[in-house]
Design a protein around this ligand. Structure first.
Ligand code: FAD
Length: 263
């Protein structure tokens, strides 16, 4: 059984995000990228399942340009066997559904039995792609999983259900599972792993090779558009109250009551 892992590159968490002049996308020049942190849990789980003899191959799938190859190589260095990168000019302006169609087509073409993805990409934060892939593949779906076990075609997944409650979900492959923090501790790439990754294959495929027509992806097929994005409003500067303690405390109470209206 092949496990497919969806890997997206995202701006590193310490990157200062800047928005384009049209306020519709982030500017990516000078941005340092990394593997989406939740995708690291997905990859680690796939590698552990393979090590336990429950999968024959771990293949990563990415929609993106050649600039994503460094992150894909990182996944290969950690232990993935090979990678598929979907890249096509027709994908420009795709919304989540367009991207999910491309990923589902590639995962299906490779005969993947279990798809592991992150619970959300920490840049877009949509948390939509895994559910869409499952629907398109006609596969079972469990989201935000932090414990996963497989016995043949059967699986059991656990997830936090709010208020400290736990949900245990049982199902059968094929399945799409989105992975949450706590599932495992992702490994780092080792030096031998990095050297080995140099000879592993990244197959670059276009839309036509996946049997998708251009009108199923891209701006023309998008059901939603970004109309605006922007940074949060600047926080007003703090105020320092003057006078002795009694005066300052009285003024603080007045401000909390009359201006902030919190008491
Ligand atoms: C109007 C609009 C226009 C867009 N234009 C473009 C465009 O021109 N080019 C473009 O590439 N995207 C485009 N997108 C897609 C967008 O940037 C998001 O990547 C996409 O909607 C998925 O949402 P998300 O990143 O929040 O992922 P989520 O749904 O939060 O991601 C969950 C998981 O899905 C997997 N995943 C998500 N994205 C990818 C990926 N790219 N490759 C592999 N696995 C993935 C990861 O495992 C991730 O952890 C557009 C979206 C919209 C709404």
């Amino acid at each position: 059984m092949i496990i497919g892992v969806c890997i997206k590159q995202v701006p590193a968490t310490d990157t200062r995000i800047r928005i384009n002049a049209e306020a519709t996308a982030i500017l990516t020049d000078d941005v340092k990228f990394e593997i989406n942190p939740y995708d690291e849990y997905a990859l680690e789980e796939a590698l552990r399942l393979k090590q336990a003899g429950k999968a024959t191959e771990v293949v990563t799938f990415t929609v993106g340009g050649a600039d994503a190859d460094a992150r894909i190589r990182d996944g290969l260095a950690r232990g993935a066997d090979r990678a598929v990168r979907i890249d096509d000019p027709a994908l420009a302006g795709s919304d989540s559904l367009g991207l999910a169609r491309a990923l589902a087509a590639a995962l299906t073409a490779e005969g993947v039995g279990l798809v592991l993805a992150g619970r959300q990409a920490v840049d877009g934060d949509s948390s939509t792609i895994p559910a869409m892939i499952a629907e398109l593949m006609g596969a079972a779906q469990v989201s935000w999983v932090d414990k996963f076990e497989m016995d043949g075609e059967a699986f059991t997944a656990q997830r936090a259900a709010g208020g400290g409650m736990r949900e245990v979900v049982a199902g059968r492959l094929p399945a799409v599972v989105s992975c949450d923090k706590g599932l495992n501790t992702p490994r780092y790439a080792t030096l031998p792993g990095i050297l080995k990754a140099k000879s592993k294959k990244i197959a670059v495929v276009g839309i036509a090779e996946l049997g998708l027509s251009a009108n199923r992806v891209g701006a023309g097929a998008a059901l939603v558009t970004f109309s605006n994005m922007g940074p949060p409003p600047q926080r007003p500067a703090g105020r320092i109250l003057s006078g002795d303690n009694a005066t300052a405390v009285a003024e603080l109470v007045r401000l909390l009551r009359d201006e902030a209206k919190v008491i």
